[in-house]
Design a protein around this ligand. Structure first.
Ligand code: NAD
Length: 496
């Protein structure tokens, strides 16, 4: 049943252990991208709402910091179990607000849960180290202490997983936390917060402030926030990085992407076509690790082109909740229009559409933001589109004469999130691993997404900062290093 903007539920913020109305009068609709149904309204919260959340987090910090790490993680063990129990329900919410298929939403939630699991290792991960007798009778140690209040700002494409790249590590390390979800997909983390509340987590340790850029700017500027984690487009990542640095904070800001795969003629084409098709068109191409350009070498120009066109044309597009659907809609009508415009630019620049997903209508889902997979063959390596993020189900094929030429093309990309190679040659794989100018590398892998126990290592305009999300980087990011040099006089020991 469809609702109107005025009848859809207005969401609240979660501040100091309670759901609270925002002080705003401004709301944006949360719309199901498959049906255009308005399913909720996100408050565009105000700086006053941010202030309330930061004060709650600051008040909770002293006691939370003193809670032993082994006790802090008990809440995360409970959260993991609750997320597992409710995984279908959470995935259905993600599909409804984001559009990705139910299977993709469930896989996303599993990636989120993995981060909760890794953060449960904090009593080991957060340990420092000691060296006795740096000079006779003097010991030196490094200990790790939480920062205080930290905040994360996340995008629309992985509402659960990306929030969990940050939340579990931040609180396991003893910080208190403010999350700003994407205003377009706030419902998944709303439900996850209800589950987190059931663990008995002390009030103020985790807070959610919904909203847009005013909330982001207030978080960047706030003197009591010590660190900002951001994921989203490159222009906003740069903005958050510079604005939070100007306010004296550490930050880790993940930006946009244009990911390349190089296909050598010796690649296993059956494997390559399936994996690269899943990478380019999974989540409707709205993955920061989606392959966007395939660079073919030698006769792969023809063999891969034929294989990928066959794999992509078999993808079933529709409402992500329907059985057998492999690709859902893109997030909004504006996004669909933008993607169609970029496809047209690619065609003007000389590419030939092998598959053209523009002007798609899905029978029974006519109001959804659907495109079908698009393949642009022969995109010139020096074209504008070759280096522009599309963030939709579009794969461009570029041809190069050698792996060296292909690597040179990759080096010209402003982005460095991921690069992959398909080959059966170990020597080519090693050369690629050594030279490829990106932070996440795949060898015969389409989406080289680091597991939670490794950092998510974007480069160039795909990342601003030093310490990445996930793994040991997360622990370093969310803690401050303290060095203690310690001497006790011998006279003291004579007393005993
Ligand atoms: P976005 O940059 O529009 O929004 C991200 C966050 O920033 C949201 O919470 C939004 O409310 C806020 N925001 C938007 N405009 C702002 C502004 N002018 N000032 C301050 N805050 C602002 O990104 P999106 O459309 O939600 O997500 C898609 C983008 O995210 C793509 O570029 C994609 O590549 C990128 N992404 C990158 C990674 C990665 O790991 N590098 C992961 C996922 C998504």
């Amino acid at each position: 049943m469809s609702t109107t903007a005025t009848t859809a539920a207005e969401l609240q913020n979660y501040v100091n252990g309670a759901w609270q109305r925002s002080t705003t009068t401004e709301f944006v609709d949360v719309t199901n991208p498959a049906t255009a149904e308005v399913i909720a309204r996100t408050p565009i919260s105000t700086p006053a709402d941010v202030e309330a959340a930061v004060q709650a987090a600051a008040a909770a910090f002293p006691a939370w910091r003193r809670t032993p790490p082994g006790e802090r993680i008990q809440y995360l063990f409970k959260l993991k179990n609750l997320l597992e129990e409710h995984i279908d329900e959470l995935a259905a919410i993600t599909t409804r607000e984001n559009g990705k298929t139910f299977a993709e939403a469930k896989a996303e939630m599993r990636r989120g849960i993995e981060n909760v699991e890794v953060a449960c290792g904090i009593p080991m991960l957060m340990q420092g180290h000691v060296l006795e007798d740096v000079t006779p009778g003097v010991d030196e140690m490094q200990i790790r202490q939480p920062l205080g209040v930290v905040a994360a700002i996340v995008p629309f494409n992985f509402p659960a997983m990306i929030s969990f790249w940050f939340l579990p590590y931040a609180i396991a390390c003893g910080n208190t936390f403010v999350l700003k979800p994407s205003e377009r997909v706030p419902l998944t983390m709303h439900r996850a917060m209800e589950l987190l509340e059931k663990t008995g987590l002390p009030k103020g340790v985790v807070n959610i402030v919904n909203g847009g850029k005013d909330v982001v700017n207030a978080l960047c500027d706030h003197p009591q926030i010590r660190a900002i984690s951001f994921v989203g487009s490159t222009p906003v990542a740069k903005h958050v990085y510079t604005r939070s640095a100007a306010a004296g904070k550490r930050s880790q800001c993940q930006g946009g992407a244009k990911n390349h795969v190089i296909v050598l003629p010796d690649a296993d084409m059956d494997l390559a076509k399936q994996i690269i098709s899943d990478s380019a068109f999974g989540c409707a191409g709205q993955r920061c690790l989606a392959v966007s350009v395939a660079v073919t070498i030698g006769e792969a120009q023809k063999t891969f082109r034929d294989a990928i066109a066959e794999a992509a044309s078999a993808i079933r597009v529709g409402n992500g909740m329907d059985k057998g659907i492999q690709m859902g809609p893109v997030i909004s009508p504006q996004s669909k229009q933008k993607i169609e415009g970029l496809i047209s630019i690619g065609v003007q620049e000389g590419a030939k559409p092998l598959l053209d997903g523009r002007n798609t209508k899905i029978s029974g889902s006519e109001s959804g933001n659907f495109l079908t997979p698009t393949i642009l063959d022969g995109l010139p390596a020096d074209s504008r589109l070759a280096h522009t993020e599309i963030f939709g189900p579009v794969l461009s094929l570029v041809h190069a004469d050698s792996i060296d030429d292909a690597l040179e093309f990759l080096r010209r990309s402003p982005y460095g999130n991921q690069a992959s190679l398909f080959t059966t040659s170990g020597a080519a794989a090693r050369k690629f691993r050594y030279e490829a100018p990106a932070g996440n590398i795949g060898i015969n892998i389409g989406v080289a997404a680091p597991m939670a126990y490794f950092p998510f290592s974007g480069w160039k305009e795909s990342f601003f900062g030093i310490l990445h999300g996930q793994g040991r980087d997360a622990v370093e990011f969310y803690t401050e290093s303290k060095i203690v040099v310690e001497r006790w006089s011998r006279q003291e020991t004579r007393k005993f």
